[in-house]
Design a protein around this ligand. Structure first.
Ligand code: SF4
Length: 363
């Protein structure tokens, strides 16, 4: 590694945006075949334009693993996504997150320590060997590792139902975390009666449940949520329909149950893109997901009427921390021979987390 002068991120925020964007393009060219730049759909356009691949979290992690010969993988997403990419790529490949404060508020709501605490609390009440854990891909590597160790699986928003059915076949009960709403929407779709689904509230004894409720439960949901998708409501759906009876409402399954029930369609980010892209010209859509994706769809399909379901901008503020200044900063460091903001999952955690990821891929 070259001995180069420290490059201070604060200096980058003083530069004009046009200058930053031009320099990103030049650095990208310079790093050439060594570099792979991955962008989540929720990224701002100033970043998105530089992507080699775009997608949801798991698609991008697979891209990282499948594209051979790339030494540096810059992941323009949030922390857990970069961890998944590091787990799935070779040891020699270096995964970089341009801003280490770009976390996911939902993933942060369930630490492996907290979930291990739940396991300890439940052990006197039930056979925890028959309690199958599922963690949404939006979770830390250490939580995925715990789930892998306990015989459970990861899921995504597109396969949560399938993974839930697999878990119910393999155990007596399922623990689903961190997203209460994806868990509840999937349980409802699987035909589990509402009184067999309980919520584990963090900080309360037995998660705020009686022993009887827990003994009866088939699904135990962690009380995490996505701050972005919680902003959509059934009232917004009603007023949108009133204003435009032709409208189709499509929402992400991280939305509350009543929102998903009132919508015409629900689906993962990729499914939302597919449904809107394939819809006939002049069709009308109100979309309940992150605003950068909705705006991009609106610009991409001017022949359709596409808008956000919410009148206020529902933006993923942590994802937004990946800005052009941070991207240029990591690129400048790389061209100077310095690796900053590398995301590295330790070998033991990665091996256990891979168990949970690979179970999902087999289901
Ligand atoms: S949109 Fe929600 S779940 Fe997705 S990264 Fe942002 S906070 Fe996390």
């Amino acid at each position: 590694m070259k001995n180069v002068k420290e490059i201070n991120i604060a200096d980058y925020h003083k530069l004009k945006k046009e200058v930053v964007l031009q320099r990103i393009a030049a650095r990208k060219k310079e790093l050439g075949q060594d570099l792979l730049l991955l962008c989540h759909h929720y990224q701002q356009d100033d970043i998105f334009q530089f992507a080699d691949y775009t997608g949801d979290s798991l698609k991008l992690a697979h891209n990282a693993a499948q594209v051979a010969g790339k030494r540096y993988i810059i992941f323009c997403g949030v922390h857990f996504m970069a961890e998944s990419a590091d787990i799935l790529t070779d040891d020699e490949q270096i995964v970089i997150l341009p801003d280490l404060t770009a976390g996911c508020s939902m993933a942060d709501m369930a630490t492996s320590g907290e979930v291990k605490g739940l396991w300890r609390e439940l052990a006197p009440l039930m056979n925890t060997d028959r309690l199958i854990p599922i963690t949404y891909v939006n979770s830390s590597a250490s939580l995925k590792a715990f789930v892998g160790e306990q015989g459970g699986s990861v899921c995504t928003s597109s396969n949560a139902g399938r993974v839930l059915n697999w878990a119910l076949e393999h155990g007596e009960r399922v623990f689903f975390c961190p997203d209460e709403h994806l868990g509840r929407n999937s349980a409802q779709a699987a035909g589990i009666p509402a009184d067999e689904v309980v919520i584990w509230r963090r900080g309360e004894i037995l998660g705020g449940n009686s022993r009887k409720q827990l003994e009866r439960a088939r699904i135990i949901l962690w009380d995490g949520y996505c701050t972005v998708h919680m902003q959509f409501s059934a009232a917004q759906i009603a007023s949108t329909r009133q204003a435009d009876p032709e409208v189709k409402i499509i929402v992400h399954p991280e939305c509350r149950r009543e929102v998903v029930e009132a919508a015409d369609l629900q689906g993962s980010t990729e499914m939302i893109i597919k449904a809107v892209s394939e819809a006939p010209a002049s069709s009308s859509w109100a979309v309940g997901t992150e605003i950068n994706l909705v705006k991009r769809l609106t610009a991409q399909f001017p022949d359709k009427r596409i808008r956000s379901l919410s009148p206020v901008e529902c933006k993923c503020s942590t994802m937004y921390r990946i800005d052009p200044a941070h991207l240029l900063w990591v690129l400048d460091n790389l061209t100077a021979g310095r690796i900053v903001n590398q995301i590295k999952v330790d070998k033991e955690t990665a091996a256990l987390a891979s168990l949970a990821l690979n179970r999902m891929l087999k289901i």
